[in-house]
Design a protein around this ligand. Sequence first.
Ligand SMILES: [Zn+2]
Ligand SMILES: [Zn+2]
Length: 163
Amino acid sequence: MQEKDPLIFNYLDIKEEEGLNLRLEPPVAGYAALFDPPVTLKKVSLELNFTVGLDSIFLEGKASAELEMICARCAEPIVRTFEDSFDEVYPDTVEYIDTREVIRETVGVLAPIKVLCSDSCKGRCLVCGINRNKLVCACRSEKANAFDGLKGLKLPDQDKPGK
Ligand SMILES: [Zn+2]
Ligand SMILES: [Zn+2]
């Protein structure tokens, strides 16, 4: 039943053991939906430290997520790990300590709004689209070339014979 979930603990067990420290890597599938594409969750790691108080158990936890994201400038995929801590108090009136919600809440906000592959990322050329971290292109000035590209376009009216 309930206590079979690895994130649900029996209150009395922890109290009898005078605390509990553990690290675990829950299956990614349970958290993948917390992230919107192009962010992809690769791994979740948890650290849970329970301390027994007089009439409560205190949880200090750490959650980290390895995420594949896209550089906001050059659009190359990058994998980064983000981590945050959380804590929670469980009164001794509970039979089970269910850590699932606080973990989901913490993991769900680990992805930053944007990331850069490096602070010095040069991004992509606006004209030819090459990744300027890897290649050098011949586009002299991005603005000038963007307008050169328009010169080749014909407007429909230009094809009609004049009166
Ligand atoms: Zn980049
Ligand atoms: Zn270019």
